[in-house]
Design a protein around this ligand. Structure first.
Ligand SMILES: NC(=O)c1ccc[n+]([C@@H]2O[C@H](COP(=O)([O-])OP(=O)(O)OC[C@H]3O[C@@H](n4cnc5c(N)ncnc54)[C@H](OP(=O)(O)O)[C@@H]3O)[C@@H](O)[C@H]2O)c1
Length: 241
């Protein structure tokens, strides 16, 4: 492990549970200085992870969270935009609020943290951005027009950032998980779970740690020439998409 890939200031949005928490633990094990955001108070995080409050739909709260992290750990060098929500329903029943609220968290929320982080990365002359998308962003999914739109938007975001800031030693990549065992998928109907299971070549669902390992790697020096990529971690579910 090279010295350059440890000890960095890492920020993960929505890191109090699920995939975000697994990502936080992976960076902590790597020797980085890890901060997570959560909307509510968190008390049971592993020692060494700094928790700051932030709602990614609120620019002022994002700014306050960054200030806290910068004071404790220095400018954010690795940003993982992970916070996300679903509000699944078929198009005919989907209200405009169902659509815009999911976009506001998943896509505009990523924009808010990315914009705030980019200033520090430009000054540092280095940075790693990882946007957590979904297989659904490019594969599509009935009942998820809001969610899929938000997740495919992250691809354009990472690629445009790569073109804008790629020459400044900043990479931006998308990790696209398939079906991962977390609270988000726990609430899905059994029938939907069965359908996914039948469609996944790996024949099993993913554990959050399997996403976290890829995020940690794509933010490492080993992945220094990868930018604008969409990396599927889905057991083959989305092949070709
Ligand atoms: N699970 C899967 O199968 C799967 C598959 C593909 C992609 N993903 C994506 O992976 C990411 C993490 O998913 P997960 O399964 O770990 O979900 P999860 O267990 O539901 O956790 C979601 C996280 O996002 C945070 N969050 C939601 N809205 C927020 C907001 N407005 N401001 C700040 N934080 C907010 C939550 O914070 P609170 O605790 O405060 O609510 C929580 O930490 C999401 O972007 C999701 O779309 C998940």
């Amino acid at each position: 492990m090279s010295e350059a890939t440890t000890g960095r200031s890492v920020l993960i949005t929505g890191g109090n549970r699920g995939i975000g928490l697994a990502i936080a633990k992976a960076f902590l094990a790597n020797g980085d200085k890890v901060a997570i955001t959560s909307r509510s108070e968190v008390t049971d995080l592993p020692a060494g992870i700094l928790a700051v409050k932030a709602d990614v739909t609120d620019e002022a709260s994002v700014d306050a969270a960054f200030k806290e992290v910068e004071a404790a750990h220095g400018p954010v060098e690795v940003l993982v935009a992970n916070a996300g929500i679903t509000k699944d329903t078929l198009l005919l029943r989907m209200s405009e609020d169902d659509f815009t609220s999911v976009l506001d968290t998943n896509l505009t929320g990523a924009f808010r943290v990315l914009k705030r982080a980019s200033k520090g990365m430009i000054r540092l002359k280095k940075g790693r951005v990882v946007l957590i998308s979904s297989v659904v962003g490019l594969y599509g999914s009935p009942g998820q027009i809001n969610y899929a739109s938000s997740k495919s938007g992250l691809v354009g975001m990472a690629r445009s950032l790569t073109r804008e800031l790629g020459a400044r030693n900043i990479t931006a990549n998308v990790v696209a998980p398939g079906y991962v065992n977390t609270e988000m998928t726990d609430v899905l109907p059994e029938e939907t779970k069965d359908q996914y299971m039948k469609a996944i070549p790996a024949g099993r669902f993913c554990e959050p740690e399997e996403i976290a390992n890829v995020v940690r790697w794509v933010a490492s020096d080993e992945a220094s020439y990868i930018s604008g990529a969409v990396i599927p971690v889905d057991g083959g579910l989305g092949m070709g998409h």
